[in-house]
Design a protein around this ligand. Structure first.
Ligand SMILES: NC(=O)c1ccc[n+]([C@@H]2O[C@H](COP(=O)([O-])OP(=O)(O)OC[C@H]3O[C@@H](n4cnc5c(N)ncnc54)[C@H](OP(=O)(O)O)[C@@H]3O)[C@@H](O)[C@H]2O)c1
Length: 276
C-alpha cells in the first residue's frame, strides 16, 4: 500500500520555478497540503493563488541557516507535521573548476549542500517524534542530479554539490530506516527550467544549445517525484538511459573522459574569444 497523498504535508524548497513549481502543481492535484518556499515570494503567492490559495508560502533563502530553521518551524506550527521535505532549491554555474572563485565555490555549497543539510537538521528530530502515517513517520527527498554520478566539464563545482547530496541521501537512507523515515534522491538531467538562464547570467561560459534545450519536461520529472512520494524508493532517475549510461561511465573513466573532451572542444569553439 502506498502513502495517501491527500492531506499529506509536503514542504518544497525552490517552489517558485522549474521542478519545484511543477511538483507543487502535481501534488496539489492529489490534495496534498503544501509549504511553498523560495526567495521570490511574489512568485510563490502567484502560484498559491493559481492553486486556490490554501497552501502556505514561506520566504526562505536556504543558504542561510536561520531561514532553514524558520521554514521548518513555521511549517510545523501551521500544519503540525511534515510528511515529506523536498530539498530542491539549487543553482549551477558554468565555469572550469580551477577558475571558479573561492567565493563562488562557497556560494554553490551554501545553497545546494548546506541548504539541504540545514533543512534536514531542523526537520528530522520532529519527524522522528511524529505518529506514523501509512507506515512512515516522514520522508526526505533530495533533488540532486544525474551529474552526481559523472560531472561534465564546466559543471565541476556544481557536480560536486550534487554528488555531496547523493552521499547524504545514501547514508541517511540507512541511518533513518529504523525511524521509518524514507530517504529518496532525485536525478534529473537536462530538464527545461530556468536553471540554464540562471547559470548563464552568472557565468562567462555559454553551454551548447543541446545542453540548454532540455530533453525532459518538468511535468515528467514532477510525476516521477510524486510516484516516489507515494511509494518511497531510494533513487528517482526520470531518464532511465541516463542512469545506465552514467553508471557505466563510472566503470570506464578513460573512455568517458574522451567523450567529454569532445563536449569541451565544442564549448571552446562556441565560446571562441571567451577564454573558455
Ligand atoms: N534543470 C535541470 O536540467 C536539472 C538537472 C539536474 C538537477 N537539477 C536540480 O533541480 C533543482 C531545481 O532546479 P530547476 O532546474 O527547477 O531550476 P530553476 O527553474 O532555476 O529553479 C530553481 C529554484 O530554486 C530556488 N532557489 C535558488 N537558490 C535559492 C536559495 N538560495 N534559497 C531558496 N531558494 C533558492 C529558486 O527560487 P528563488 O530564486 O525564488 O529563490 C527556484 O525556485 C536544483 O537543485 C537543480 O540543481 C536541475
Amino acid at each position: 500500500m502506498g502513502r495517501t497523498l491527500h492531506d499529506m504535508v509536503v514542504v518544497i524548497t525552490g517552489a517558485s520555478a522549474g521542478i519545484g513549481k511543477a511538483l507543487a502543481e502535481e501534488l496539489h492535484r492529489y490534495g496534498a497540503k503544501l509549504v511553498l518556499s523560495a526567495r521570490r515570494t511574489d512568485r510563490l503567492e502567484e502560484l498559491n493563488r493559481a492553486l486556490g490559495g490554501k497552501h502556505l508560502c514561506v520566504q526562505a533563502d536556504v543558504s542561510k541557516r536561520a531561514d532553514c530553521e524558520e521554514l521548518i518551524a513555521t511549517s510545523l506550527a501551521h500544519f503540525g507535521r511534515i510528511d515529506t521535505l523536498v530539498c530542491n532549491a539549487g543553482f549551477g554555474l558554468y565555469i572550469p573548476v580551477a577558475e571558479t572563485s573561492p567565493e563562488d565555490v562557497r556560494r554553490l555549497f551554501e545553497t545546494n549542500v548546506y541548504g539541504t543539510t540545514d533543512c534536514i537538521h531542523a526537520a528530522v528530530p520532529h519527524m522522528r517524534l511524529q505518529e506514523k502515517r501509512d507506515e512512515y513517520r516522514g520522508q526526505i527527498m533530495i533533488v540532486s542530479s544525474a551529474a552526481a554520478r559523472r560531472t561534465p566539464p564546466y559543471l565541476g563545482i556544481y557536480g560536486a554539490t550534487k554528488a555531496a547530496q547523493l552521499m547524504l541521501a545514501e547514508a541517511m537512507r540507512v541511518e533513518l530506516r529504523d525511524s521509518k523515515i524514507a530517504v529518496t534522491s532525485v536525478h534529473p538531467i537536462m530538464t527545461k527550467t530556468e536553471f540554464g538562464q540562471v547559470a548563464e547570467s552568472q557565468s562567462a561560459v555559454k553551454m551548447p544549445s543541446s545542453r540548454r534545450a532540455g530533453s525532459q519536461s518538468v511535468e515528467h520529472v514532477a510525476r516521477r517525484m510524486v510516484a516516489a512520494i507515494e511509494r518511497p524508493v531510494p533513487e528517482v532517475w526520470p531518464s532511465r538511459p541516463s542512469r545506465w549510461a552514467l553508471s557505466l561511465a563510472t566503470l570506464v573513466p578513460k573512455t568517458t573522459d574522451r567523450l567529454l573532451r569532445k563536449l569541451r572542444q565544442k564549448v571552446q569553439r562556441q565560446n571562441a574569444g571567451n577564454d573558455a
